[in-house]
Write a protein that binds this ligand. Structure first.
Ligand code: NAD
Length: 539
């Protein structure tokens, strides 16, 4: 409440950060001019939460639950975040993947109220001025998408706004970033999705996508406007098409405070799963061989961070890259191929072309990571080939949403006779395999980016480095307990997410100080200092 001058009357009830609804006390009702505007009984957040959960659980479908929660977010911010934080396992899949995928597809139809900031090509030359319309002066975290590659669902144009909104909700819920410091941005450069262009309710810029030089100029105008208006703000690039994702990251990563979550966040959470798997498999990290199915932004980002991690263990860059093999839609990445993209070239090895399963038999990877968007590509043959070369293989089926996963948790356990560690991008329910409950881990980026953001804000870091993602991965892996591993899980339970984020924030802030990127003083007790800044969604 300290952030706000008291609001009066209906304004108090309609301001989401101020509103406590039936929990306004008798004194507050008097003071804020609320007498007569509320039912008699003074409630509290606990019984409001009970009412919310009762209403939420009564909704028949996940999209209805999404809409209900979105409305709660608009009405009463603290109650919304309390609901999310206290029921994270139930609610994260509703406000983020997989439900957010459907919510984006239907965005223009379920739209209630604008949240966030929209930029179109018509705004060229005016973006800095427009930013003055955003009412919050202390913006510290910006998530921006152009909607061209939403999850595994393709070009959803302005409907992709559901993603920045959802990601920022996770920053708040998982790491206690203060809501008023968050800014979701839709860079609406049009869409090539005919279905959307023909939809009379579509809300976006109704033209084909802006591309090439003009596209990059618009992004640059936005980036420079942010440097001027919010010089301390972190920009998270989200769900851009792979070549643009790489183009923007390489252009800005050493210039401004930014990262790409699909590339670097995914890499970090996957690396954490791999670190944890090495404990369960009893193979030293530096001895690992890893195979990827898919060689796009997610897989390559994981590969790049793995190289940094191997180098940190004493391998040369060449030795590190040799540990990684990629298979894409056209086969193994080998030097003789002429169709590779620039980000693939460091991983094209001097060897013969092999079928995917033959490549597993020949190369004998300990870990298999799928980031294809192609469901069913980890067939029984594939899982059995992994088991033939490992006692306990680790299988990561990262494609989102759930329907696109390379295999299901149940398939991985059944085909490996319960030996595989399994992790996925979207959540799978625990599986009863031969009387033992296996808990599939979710390689959810939400384990990483909120904590990284919190550490960046706490240290006033001016850049986000690969080493920050490396320490984030190590910290996350250290929080996996022996009980988690025994149940086949490579990640801690989501219910621990706030302490995971705090631990990551501490290490990221330390790394910012170590590398000379911090601008804030180092407090005597860093953990206590960061913890004190975390938003707590109580009245
Ligand atoms: P992308 O389009 O950049 O890359 C896809 C890659 O998969 C390409 O290299 C393509 O050749 C390959 N591919 C497609 N079908 C294939 C097939 N049948 N066999 C072999 N290779 C095939 O996409 P991306 O950004 O890398 O994302 C890929 C998937 O990863 C998406 O489904 C996305 O949801 C998921 N992802 C998951 C997480 C996470 O779990 N934390 C994070 C980011 C992305």
């Amino acid at each position: 409440m300290a952030d706000f001058k008291p609001l009066k009357g209906y304004r108090a009830l309609y301001h989401p950060a101020f509103n406590k609804s039936t929990a306004f006390t008798r004194e507050e009702r008097e003071e804020y001019g609320l007498k007569g505007l509320l039912p008699y009984k003074v409630g509290n957040q606990e019984n409001q939460l009970e009412r919310v959960l009762e209403n939420l659980r009564r909704k028949a479908s996940d999209i209805e639950k999404f809409i209900f929660l979105a409305s709660l977010h608009e009405r009463n911010e603290r109650l919304f975040y309390r609901t999310v934080c206290q029921n994270i396992e139930e609610i994260m899949p509703l406000i983020y993947t997989p439900t957010v995928g459907q919510a984006c597809k239907e965005f223009a139809h379920i739209f209630r109220r604008p949240k966030g900031f929209y930029i179109t090509p018509e705004d060229k030359g005016q973006i800095r001025e427009m930013l003055d319309n955003w009412p919050r002066p202390d913006t510290r975290v910006i998530v921006i998408t152009d909607g061209q590659r939403i999850l595994g669902l393709g070009d959803l144009g302005a409907n992709g706004m559901g993603i920045p909104i959802g990601k920022l909700q996770l920053y708040v819920a998982c790491a206690g970033i203060v809501p008023r410091q968050c800014l979701p941005v839709m860079l609406d450069v049009g869409t090539n999705n005919e279905e959307l262009l023909n939809d009379p309710l579509y809300l976006g810029y109704p033209h084909k996508r802006l591309e090439g030089e003009a596209y990059y100029e618009l992004v640059d105008e936005f980036v420079q406007a942010v440097q001027d208006k919010y010089p301390k703000a972190l920009i998270q690039f989200e769900d851009f098409l792979t070549p643009n994702a790489y183009g923007l990251l390489s252009k800005y990563k050493d210039e401004i405070l930014c990262f790409n979550d699909d590339i670097q966040g995914t890499a970090s959470v996957s690396l954490a799963g791999v670190y944890a798997a090495t404990r369960g498999m009893n193979v030293p990290f530096k001895d690992l061989r890893i195979m990827f199915l898919g060689a796009g932004s997610a897989a390559t980002g994981i590969g790049d961070l793995m190289v940094t991690a191997f180098e940190a263990e004493g391998l040369t860059n060449e030795e590190a890259r040799q540990r990684l093999n990629f298979v894409d839609i056209n086969g193994l990445l080998v030097k003789s191929r002429t169709d590779l993209m620039s980000h693939n070239l460091p991983y094209a090895h001097d060897r013969e072309q092999l079928e995917f399963v033959d490549a597993i038999r020949e190369i004998k990877p300990h870990i298999l990571i799928g980031a294809t968007g192609a469901p069913g590509t980890f067939s029984q043959d594939v899982v059995e080939a992994m088991c033939a070369v490992n006692d306990r293989p680790a299988i990561f089926a990262l494609s989102n949403p759930t329907s696109r996963a390379e295999c299901t948790a149940e398939q991985a356990y059944r085909w490996s006779h319960g030996q595989a560690f399994f992790s996925s991008g979207s959540p799978f329910k625990p599986v009863d395999y031969a009387g033992k409950i296996m808990r599939p881990g979710q390689g959810n980026n939400a384990y990483i980016f909120p904590g990284v953001g919190l550490g960046v804000i706490a240290s006033g870091a001016t850049r986000i480095t690969d080493d920050m993602f490396l320490v984030a991965a190590k910290t996350l892996a250290e929080m996996v307990s022996d009980e988690d591993l025994a149940a086949g899980a490579l990640y801690p339970a989501l219910t621990d997410i706030r302490s995971v984020s705090l631990a990551i924030a501490v290490k990221v802030a330390e790394e910012a100080h170590r590398s000379g990127h911090a601008t804030e003083d180092m407090p005597d007790d860093l953990e206590a200092a960061i913890s004190a800044t975390m938003y707590k969604p109580v009245y």
